[in-house]
Design a protein around this ligand. Structure first.
Ligand SMILES: Nc1ncnc2c1ncn2[C@@H]1O[C@H](COP(=O)(O)OP(=O)(O)OP(=O)(O)O)[C@@H](O)[C@H]1O
Ligand SMILES: [Zn+2]
Ligand SMILES: [Zn+2]
Length: 795
């Protein structure tokens, strides 16, 4: 007797495996792996995913039977089912959580809990025969109902609630011939003008073989309903897709540009790997403005021409509308776009267009790595160094790893592109694991824009201004006068989270870890998140003795106001979380800037990458340092990347550009290498530092976090966990901590963490699984354990 192996939607460690279910005879033909089902589990019904059909059960007890099937066809194919399993194993996440991450939100099944009366006392408690517990917002009312359940006067029911909603339109299908329509019209009463008009329309449609949507016919719906009753027309509900970019419909497609001598071999090399079905990973290191995007587009075009599909990831795409437009502008409706800015309905429809093979190219943010494309010929990850490719919550996956895994399955090359590759990727290229391809020059032989570093320690004294040096102000004024545009970056990374001396640029560091200490305002202390070292906030700078040591930061609004005061003639566009909250707000601001309706685009990190505006000739960085002070070994890398990316916005077309960077640390290597646009130099210097500090890419890292409502319980648990962990590791592994989490208390839970640095640990995976298993037992006592491989943030 064949059985279905089902992963149930109960995310706990004990249930993190397939359960055997009998397939009812009536459903024997229809149940397939990759379908969502509704199954009895414990005392209720839950949703689940069929991961396999086996010939016989492994479970020896009495089998329960599948209650119903939720999908007419599998929503996950074999490749994606296997991917979910792999993902669960490598991220230490629940299988069901991985499956859900891969599906659009609309395919999530909710359970509605309702109650009905079991006794007359129960009846008295209810306002209707069946009352929803799930939808109950009134806390006292809910408490009353729960008491009724406890006393046995009310019974709980679990009902499924599938969110998947397909949008439809009503189409009119003419059923008669034009001759028959004239006959029907002749038989009408003389005053039936509306019906006569409708018959004429139907007759025209019949003659032209059209079955249009009623909504598009501009006619009222009522006469159609009447006509359908008389057998003149059939009304048919047809599925339509919600189109997230209607404005792109019908636009003329762009044509490929003739490739430059640098671009041509890059396209040829990758295309050869596509043709050979070779899962080779290429690192495309191309300076800003070197034409990487055109390279991607032409590689994709060749993969499509060869009958295959293409998957392209971009960082938080909602933030890079220019990129979406460049891809959809070249390939039109063959492209499906997936990102967090779309509504659930739009996402669902784009996902279905991919699944049905109607969209052959996918552009999307992180989770698009799971797009249900088949026959993928090439994978592209743009700005591969971006941290948004790593998911912070379970499953804690990196989109790059997912892509590399899928590429191996499909036998397809991967292109990782960036002007500032992550150290990890660049180091792999060094070792020959990845193939390095380079675009060392800008298009049209434009030079990289010259960068001037302004030492704010002096500038502040001179101008008495903390945000603007005289040089930057003059340069801005100059652009306004010349009708050229400027981009101004206000670095918000690490905003106010560390202490810096405004006299000498000194940042308080941990005596043990060479990492800046983090400011904790609740306890008025500075703390090291690696080793736990703690000290009071200094009143005097330990380096120069100045009293101007304080936490550091500045807000976009404040800078905007200052700018309006100092340069009243300049039109300023502010771009930050506040001004881009509305859907499409980001794209609108950029379009405005593109139309020259502003002289200065002032913004946070979101303006640093991807923008390609020909009239931008000045880039200013107000505060280069904030990110440098962060207690993170990647602080220098991130700062270098940000400065290089933002500098790259200047002088991309025929007008030469220049860059002004204000800093309190003019001699810091992250700043000096950025000044010289010297990625390779930075890479070598930073690698040496990582080597000394035993940090990635020389070491792997993993972070374990324990939380509990009681600080004492959480602390106890982390120490016992540390013991288990150390027992499973070789002496070569470096265990940092336990230490309190960066935000030691969050939503009334206390967090403690351990970071492990290691190179080769054969027993690590087994030890971690054991830790997860054992904490699951204590799960009832309110513990939560999170395992994060290669965390992007240590705070
Ligand atoms: N072969 C080509 N011929 C002419 N112009 C080109 C060519 N390739 C690219 N360009 C143009 O050069 C400009 C810069 O290219 P693109 O934006 O692709 O660079 P990029 O390397 O992706 O830059 P960044 O990393 O800074 O985003 C664009 O305006 C693009 O249209
Ligand atoms: Zn420390
Ligand atoms: Zn000082």
């Amino acid at each position: 007797m064949p059985v279905a192996k089902v992963i149930v939607d109960v995310p706990t460690m004990q249930t993190n495996r397939p359960y055997d279910y009998e397939i009812p005879t009536a459903l024997a033909e229809s149940v397939q792996p990759g379908m969502r089902v509704w199954v009895p589990f414990g005392h209720r019904d839950v949703a689940g995913m069929v991961v396999a059909i086996d010939a016989a059960p492994t479970f020896t007890g009495e089998l329960k039977s599948i209650s119903s099937v939720l999908d007419p066809a599998p929503v996950l194919n074999a490749e994606l089912l296997a991917l979910a399993h792999w993902l669960a194993d490598t991220t230490y996440a629940f299988w069901i959580s991985c499956i859900q991450t891969m599906l659009p939100t609309m395919l999530k099944v909710d359970t509605d809990k309702t109650v009905t009366a079991a006794t007359p006392a129960g009846e008295a408690m209810l306002t209707a025969p069946e009352v929803s517990l799930t939808a109950m917002t009134d806390q006292t009312e809910l408490a009353k109902l729960l008491r009724g359940v406890a006393s046995g006067d009310l019974v709980v029911h679990y009902r499924r609630h599938d969110r998947a909603k397909v949008k439809t339109e009503t189409h009119a299908v003419p059923l008669l011939t034009p001759a028959e329509y004239s006959k029907a019209a002749a038989a009408l009463r003389a005053n039936a003008t509306q019906q006569r008009a409708l018959l004429q329309t139907l007759s025209d449609w019949a003659a032209a073989g059209q079955q249009p949507a009623i909504a598009e016919s501009q006619l009222p719906r009522a006469p159609f309903t009447a006509a359908a009753k008389r057998g003149w027309v059939r009304l048919e509900e047809r599925e339509v897709y919600r189109d997230p970019y209607p404005e792109l419909r019908g636009a003329k497609l762009t044509t490929p540009l003739p490739l430059t001598a640098d671009q041509q071999p890059v396209v040829a090399t990758v295309t050869a790997a596509v043709a050979a079905r070779r899962a080779e990973t290429f690192l495309l290191e191309g300076v800003t403005g070197s034409g990487k995007t055109e390279v991607y587009l032409q590689i994709i075009a060749q993969a499509i021409a060869a009958g295959r599909t293409a998957l392209m990831l971009v960082p938080e795409i909602a933030l890079t509308p220019q990129m979406v437009h460049r891809v959809t502008g070249r390939f039109g409706r063959q492209v499906a776009v997936l990102h967090s800015g779309l509504s659930d309905g739009e996402k669902f429809d784009e996902w279905r267009r991919i699944q049905r093979g109607e969209a052959k190219i996918v552009v999307g943010a992180r989770s698009a790595a799971f797009a249900p494309l088949t026959n993928i010929g090439v994978f592209i990850i743009d700005e591969e160094h971006e941290t948004s490719y790593k998911q912070d919550d379970a499953p804690r996956y990196h989109a790059r790893d997912v892509v590399l895994h899928r590429a191996a399955t499909f036998g397809a090359p991967v292109v990782l592109g960036s002007a500032t590759p992550s150290l990890e990727s660049r180091a792999r290229a060094e070792k020959g694991v990845y193939t390095l391809l380079r675009l060392p020059e800008r298009i049209n032989q434009q030079p990289m824009p010259p960068v001037t570093i302004i030492d704010m320690r002096d500038a502040m004294k001179k101008s008495g201004q903390e945000d603007f040096s005289q040089e930057l102000l003059t340069a801005l004024q100059d652009r306004v006068a010349r009708h050229e545009q400027s981009v101004l970056l206000l670095n918000r990374r690490g905003f106010s989270s560390f202490v810096m001396c405004r006299e000498c640029g000194y940042v308080v560091q941990c005596p043990n870890c060479d990492i800046s200490l983090t400011l904790h305002m609740d306890t008025h202390t500075l703390r090291c998140h690696y080793c736990g070292h703690e000290e009071p906030i200094p009143h005097r700078c330990p380096s120069c003795g100045s009293t101007k040591i304080r936490y550091y930061g500045t807000g976009t609004q404040k800078v905007e106001a200052k700018l309006n005061e100092l340069l009243p003639e300049a039109r300023v566009l502010r771009m930050d979380v506040d001004t881009t909250r509305k859907k499409g707000g980001h794209a609108k601001l950029l379009a405005k800037f593109g139309r020259h309706e502003a002289d200065i685009l002032l913004g946070t990190q979101m303006i640093a990458k991807g923008l390609d505006f020909p009239d931008v000739t000045l880039v200013g960085v107000i505060n280069a340092d904030t990110g440098l002070g962060l207690p993170d070994f990647r602080a220098s890398e991130r700062t270098f990347q940000l400065l290089t990316q933002v500098s790259g916005r200047a002088g991309r077309a025929d007008k030469p550009g220049s860059v002004i960077i204000q800093t309190f640390n003019p001699d810091h290597y992250a700043i000096t290498y950025a000044k010289h646009h010297d990625y390779e130099g930075f890479f070598r210097r930073e690698m040496a530092i990582r080597h000394l500090g035993h940090y990635p890419p020389y070491y792997f890292t993993i972070k374990l976090t324990v939380s509990h409502q009681s600080a004492e319980q959480a602390a106890k648990a982390i120490y016992s966990l540390a013991k288990t962990l150390k027992a499973g590791l070789t002496p070569a592994a470096i265990v940092l901590g336990p230490t309190p989490g960066a935000i030691a208390r969050l939503k009334n839970r206390y967090y403690y963490q351990i970071v492990v640095k290691y190179t080769r640990e054969p027993k690590l995976a087994a030890t971690l699984t054991q830790i997860l298993d054992s904490t699951q037992q204590s799960g009832r006592q309110g513990f939560q354990v999170a395992i994060d491989r290669e965390p992007q943030s240590f705070v």
